[in-house]
Design a protein around this ligand. Structure first.
Ligand code: FES
Length: 187
């Protein structure tokens, strides 16, 4: 089947997404080996993985939707619900906890009006806990979008989210809690 035929038969994936997934498949002995990469590629384009996107990826990788859902659920940086314009990945693991991340998290919640799994009312930020961001020597740390913020304190939170008004949040569901950003970066 030609690439054009594939695009037509699998209209939920864009040509660009298929091209990027194919590049990953070139390194894999089995199509299912590209599952996480394919999820990340589509999420990068669409912001999150809808049921429709998941079905399309599963079809393209010759996987069952249930098997791919298992991968997406295991990997906590795959979002199965819509998220804000930027995801705040807040480390609550041991080094950051010792350095006072609980107080920093409370400050963020007050500043943004959200708890874990919630998105600000203006859809700017979604707050999600992560096990470790690999910057333990600069704890407490978090990522806001692609930017790493270190040695956090209340003043830094005010600076980072300056102008943000706390209002009623909406709940956003991320997935499981067993995978680290180090895996994200290394995959
Ligand atoms: S424990 Fe927070 S970055 Fe490692």
């Amino acid at each position: 089947m030609s690439e054009q035929q594939l695009i037509q038969s699998d209209i939920a994936l864009s040509a660009e997404e298929i091209q990027q997934i194919d590049a990953e498949l070139a390194h894999m002995p089995q199509k299912s080996g590209a599952a996480i990469d394919a999820l990340k590629i589509v999420q990068r384009q669409r912001g999150w993985i809808s049921d429709e996107s998941l079905m399309a990826i599963a079809r393209y990788l010759d996987m069952s939707p249930e098997a791919l859902e298992g991968v997406a659920t295991f990997y906590n940086l795959i979002y199965r619900q819509p998220v804000g314009n930027k995801v705040v990945l807040f480390c609550d693991s041991v080094s950051c906890w010792i350095c006072g991340c609980d107080g920093v998290k409370q400050k963020i919640s007050e500043k943004l009006g959200v708890d874990y799994g919630e998105t600000t009312a203006d859809n700017q930020y979604t707050l999600i806990p992560v096990p470790c961001l690999g910057a333990c020597d600069k704890a407490p740390v978090m990522m806001v979008g692609d930017d790493l913020h270190t040695n956090l304190n209340n003043e830094k939170i005010d600076q980072i989210f300056s102008g943000q008004v706390s209002t009623t949040a909406s709940t956003t569901e991320s997935t499981a809690e067993s995978t680290t950003t180090s895996e994200e970066e290394g995959s």
